[in-house]
Design a protein. Structure first.
Length: 485
């Protein structure tokens, strides 16, 4: 099937779903399309495996009972309207959610994990039937169709991210992801991990980068089964991430649905560590005290907790690339300073790439940076690179970051020279500045024009100062009361 034909199918499906009373925006129709595509994908793969078994005079053990296989309900002329909705809501989804695997890497476990989180949002069985019949035209046994679909699915995810709202937190702009993966340069035979994987952009891009190296059957198997790991706590992102990985050819996605921060990092052993960690942890969130107890440096901010977790789960000789809000880099209160001190002492923080404001619009206006470090030696110096705007044009929702923004950074990354946009800073200077890791702090070319922070960053700073002041006042009042007794 041609790219244009597949694009038309997906566009028709989204147009149909938009008219349903239960669908509100791209988040909803992407979710619905994801579980429908998954079931068609599963059906085609099962038919392919059954045919292979037949050729070898073997019997194939289907994952699903006959009643629940795609051909017996999705395209049945007898099942439409209210009957279709009742079947999907009250029979199909509960059945799929209840499946249990019989052995390691049993796909039943993946199916169950997905459908435990699925709610059918489509109200009209007639509209749902139209979508099912259109999706039925896609052949997931065709490598060409799968390749095209993987890119179309990425476009759906991007559209969902561009629409803003909470959905933006699941999606990192692909030029940023691609740049980070290229600079980390993951190799086959080692593990890649994202502890807040969202729609699995980093894992998928790492797979695309590494599959060129998989030139033997053994390497192909390692890449498919023993390379990519992730964790995600949000049900929708978990579903989208699994589908994204399956479409890109990762047959056994090792993604767990869990809150990564629930784990006490003091109990992490070598078996829970990884060679490469690529992540864009959620920022701006607040964690409860019980979660904070899992970390040596307790803090409300999710980004500081995730940074500690990533430091703990990186193997010796491992490499990490992590997106952090600017606040983590410039703040010098006790918690932030303590974590950054350990980071510089126990890891080699060799590069910090300052991204332009607006990379995550419309989801968030917070300015961010990419911090690259490895677990080898302590930090000797840090190469700061400030990504320049193209023709001075600020990033907006319609004018987002592109691969062109990173062209110079790619060329300079290994050599780490001083240029108009980059500068090398000895770690002693960073320590002297109380572990401030903000690129603007050390920019020799624009000292007088140090960049203003976003309102959200100032608000956070003011909040922390108020908390600190409240504690000081409380201590003074307590001391005064004791003196008067």
């Amino acid at each position: 099937m041609t790219k244009e034909s597949l694009e038309n199918i997906i566009a028709s499906c989204t147009d149909i779903l938009r008219t349903d009373d239960g669908i509100s925006g791209s988040v909803h129709y992407t979710e619905v399309l994801s579980w429908i595509l998954f079931l068609k994908f599963l059906n085609d793969k099962e038919k392919e495996l059954a045919l292979e078994a037949e050729v070898n005079f073997e019997e194939y053990d289907y994952l699903l009972e006959e009643k629940y296989r795609w051909d017996n309900w999705a395209i049945s002329k007898d099942l439409t309207g209210d009957d279709l909705i009742n079947f999907v809501n009250n029979d199909l989804i509960p059945y799929l959610a209840s499946l249990k695997g019989e052995h390691e890497k049993d796909r039943r476990e993946v199916i169950s994990a997905i459908f435990k989180e699925v709610t059918n949002r489509v109200h009209s069985g007639y509209l749902l039937k139209d979508v099912l019949l259109k999706v039925n035209q896609i052949e997931f046994n065709s490598s060409d169709d799968i390749f095209i679909m993987s890119h179309l699915y990425e476009s759906l995810l991007q559209k969902m991210g561009d629409d803003g709202g909470n959905s933006g937190e699941f999606y990192t702009p692909r030029p940023v992801v691609r740049f980070m993966v290229e600079m980390i340069d993951p190799q086959v035979g080692k593990t890649v991990y994202d502890p807040a994987c969202g729609t699995c952009g980093f894992l998928v891009e790492s797979y695309e980068h590494m599959k060129k190296q998989a030139n033997t059957p053994e390497k192909v198997k390692i890449l498919a089964e023993k390379t990519f790991y992730g964790q995600e706590k949000t049900p929708l992102a978990y579903l989208l991430g699994l589908m994204n990985m399956l479409l890109h050819g990762i047959d056994y996605p090792q993604i767990r649905k869990t809150n990564t921060l629930n784990q006490n990092i003091r109990e992490i052993d070598e078996s829970q560590k990884y060679d490469y960690i690529l992540a864009n942890p959620p920022f701006g969130g607040k964690e409860q005290k019980i979660i904070q107890k899992n970390f040596p440096v307790e803090a409300q901010a999710t980004e500081l907790l995730f940074l500690q977790y990533i430091m703990k789960t990186l193997k010796f000789d491992g490499k990490a690339g992590v997106i952090l809000p600017e606040g983590v880099l410039f703040r010098t209160n006790e918690a932030y300073k303590t974590v950054k001190e350990e980071l510089l002492q126990k890891f080699n923080v060799h590069t910090i790439v300052s991204l332009p404001a607006g990379v995550f619009l419309p989801y968030s206006a917070v300015k961010t940076s990419i911090i690259f470090f490895d677990r080898t030696t302590s930090t000797k110096d840090i190469w700061f690179y400030q990504v320049p705007l193209i023709d001075g044009k600020k990033l907006t929702k319609s004018n987002g970051i592109s691969k062109e923004h990173f062209e110079e950074a790619r060329k300079l990354f290994k050599e780490r020279p001083n240029t108009e946009n980059s500068w090398l800073v000895p770690v002693e200077e960073v320590i002297k500045n109380e572990y401030n890791l903000s690129a603007a702090k050390y920019n020799p070319n624009k000292v007088e024009e140090e960049e203003l922070l976003d309102p959200e960053e100032y608000a956070e700073e003011i909040y922390e100062l108020l908390i600190s002041a409240t504690k000081s006042i409380s201590s003074l009042m307590t001391a005064g009361d004791e003196a008067n007794e």
